[in-house]
Write a protein that binds this ligand. Structure first.
Ligand code: HAM
Length: 428
């Protein structure tokens, strides 16, 4: 009998890795609570038309990647229905917002979710067919301020805080505005016209999209099409005055809050519902699938699926990718020396002086490894090289003169440092 295996693109998560998942989820819940978000749990499957009308028929997600099936009626009172495993959660949250009339409270709804999503993509590092998202949405009637750039910057600042608290270092916030739906229409028209002469030289998907939904041509990954795509008009040149002001306010607030970002005029995102602010947080360590999270504003989504006017903004973070990033960082930390310095006393009679020096530097906040005066100098160097960035040599001469020898392992530079300046040198 053949042994059964986990389905391609899906994974079992086992201890001890699950402990890391739990820690990340707990940190996210704690941070979201500080920003006054509450949790929402929507079903894992929904009516297929929800995704077609929100994410968009021509997107890769809806046109190629959904797990869809016909759910046959089991009783006369039931109808057959096309159902789909959710490929993302924003559509479900907005459906629930409409269904439970959450807008009638007149308040902004701040909702977060943690759960699995399903896309039939080609599996590779950081890309799975069942993957997990931690996401949040801020949505409400315009009278509650749901359109205000304040909401955009609060979300972005919260994400910077969350990534910092999770200990993710080296992320980049990529930021753009795709304009209002009217701006998007003018842009789509310009793209459509620009594509007429070049589309016949592009891939089959692009040829179709050039006619049906030209914006989606920008998602094309086919290498031969990229030089053509680079010549197409840019959304930034089609933003109306309101969209420009909205985006300028977002940028000014990020500057004031000290959240770093990188403007990326090509960032249109692969889902149709976006308007105005769009963003991704990327991480260099992830390789090709470098988006840790993505999101943006969707001021017309509620109306597109039959609800009241309810502008919103949100994001979803790929939990699988976050785990990969934290694991890689942890592995790197293990192989790179962590202590600021290793103090090597030259002889057992200097152990007490070395302890006193270590105590002084540790109290000043440095991480110090204390050597052993019974080690020969060579052994001290070997031990130090494995666990510290520098070695400080403390011999009888050094003690008398108050001038210590410090060697930096990365640069190979050896310096004579007066004791009073030691902290400043080691703290660098
Ligand atoms: P998305 O960019 O399609 O946006 O997905 C968000 C994140 O989910 C990605 O940045 C990535 O980290 C992760 N992700 C997506 N697909 C996969 C996959 N196959 N394997 C592993 N991780 C994946 C959305 O889903 C929007 N609903 C985000 C949003 C919320 N916009 C507004 N509100």
């Amino acid at each position: 009998m053949t042994t059964l295996k986990v389905v391609r693109g899906t994974r079992d998560l086992l201890p001890p890795e699950t402990a890391l998942w739990n820690r990340i989820e707990a940190t996210a819940r704690r941070v979201f609570a500080r920003y006054n978000f509450g949790e929402i749990r929507t079903p894992i499957f929904e009516d297929t038309s929800l995704f077609a009308r929100s994410v968009g028929e021509e997107t890769d997600i809806v046109s190629k990647e959904m797990y869809t099936w016909e759910d046959r009626a089991r009783a006369q009172s039931e109808k057959s229905q096309s159902l789909t495993l959710r490929p993302e959660n924003t559509a479900g949250v907005v459906r629930a917002y409409i269904e439970h009339k959450l807008g009638e409270s007149g308040q902004l709804q701040k909702l977060y979710y943690i759960g699995p999503q399903f896309r039939r993509e080609r599996p590779q590092k950081g890309r799975y067919r069942q993957f997990w998202q931690i996401g949040a949405e801020v949505i409400g009637p315009p009278s509650a301020g749901s359109e205000s750039p304040v909401r955009d910057t609060e979300i972005l600042e919260m994400l910077a805080t969350l990534l910092d608290e999770l200990g993710v270092s080296g992320w980049t916030l990529e930021l753009n505005s795709v304009g209002s739906s009217a701006d998007r229409e003018r842009y789509n028209q310009a793209l459509r016209e620009a594509l007429v002469p070049v589309a016949p030289r592009m891939c089959a998907d692009c040829q179709r999209r050039a006619a049906t939904n030209p914006l989606r041509v920008l998602d094309c990954k086919v290498p031969e099409d990229q030089p053509i795509i680079a010549t197409l008009p840019r959304i930034a040149d089609f933003l109306g005055e309101d969209s420009k002001l909205h985006f300028a306010a977002v940028i000014a607030a990020l500057d004031a809050a000290g959240v770093p970002y990188h403007l990326n005029p090509r960032l249109v995102r692969g889902l149709d519902y976006y308007t105005r602010t769009t963003f991704e947080f990327t991480h260099g360590g992830l390789g090709a699938q470098n988006a840790l999270l993505g999101g943006g504003r969707y001021d017309g989504l509620s109306e597109a699926i039959g609800g009241p006017k309810a502008p919103g903004i949100g994001f979803a973070m790929g939990l699988d990718r976050l785990v990969l990033t934290l694991q890689a960082q942890e592995a790197e930390r293990k192989t790179t020396p962590r202590a600021d310095a290793y103090i090597a006393p030259l002889g057992e009679n200097l152990n007490a002086a070395a302890l006193a020096l270590a105590r002084e530097l540790r109290r000043a906040g440095l991480t110090i490894e204390l050597g052993d005066g019974s080690f020969r100098l060579k052994k001290s160097f070997e031990a130090a090289g494995k666990i510290a960035r520098r070695i400080v040599i403390l011999g009888e001469d050094e003690l008398q003169s108050g001038i210590l020898t410090v060697k930096d392992f990365a640069s190979g530079v050896q310096l004579k440092v007066p004791r009073g300046e030691l902290f400043a040198i080691l703290a660098k």
